[in-house]
Design a protein around this ligand. Sequence first.
Ligand SMILES: [Zn+2]
Length: 235
Amino acid sequence: MRVLCISAHPDDMEINCAGTLLKCKARGDDVFVCHVNNGDMGHFEIMPDALGVMRTNEARRSCNLAGFTHLTCNIGDLDAYYQNKEQKDLLVDIIRQVNPDFIITMYPDDYMCDHEATSKLTFDAAFMATVPHYETNYPATNDVVPIFYMDAAQGVNFQPTEYVDITDVFDQKIEMLLCHESQAKWLWEHDRNDYTQSTRVLASFRGMQCGVKYAEGFRQCMVGLKLRPKRYLPE
Ligand SMILES: [Zn+2]
């Protein structure tokens, strides 16, 4: 299968669904990861222009480690807007280029604007990508595909409906997360968040809920045309 993960910032994929994507890769899927925002505001000292480049490189390094194809919309932080046609079209073209069997994206009720905007932009773009007369740079795809929402920040207000056991790839997930070197200091100083520790706690908590050591949780987007009689996420 072809899996497309559309995250907001360069490190959201690693925190919430890298284990699942590693398991997709292991079963033979082609994995594509696109971050909508370039992460250019995530630092106290490094200025946005330099930081956007640095964080895109960190994301690329992480994807290279895992054998994922890296893509970006390169929109500045705090600048993703749900009703922005230009941004929607960027995502329509990402979806049309990748032609995924399913999509993993942000949860629409999360802690900050870029996460929520990314979720809603992706929801719309996934339908628009299939409309032949909606013209962008790439031809329309055939099917409206299933969407799965990754966990919300710190798991707040998010009750998974599906779990993926990531115990055997957990160390790789952390290795990928550590590629985002610029974020360790920022997340601690801005959010009091030790990102490897909080990622371990969340995976352990989701694991406890489904009876394994480490897991990632998801909610499927339950709307018409996006449902299928089979499981897409890895066993
Ligand atoms: Zn984020």
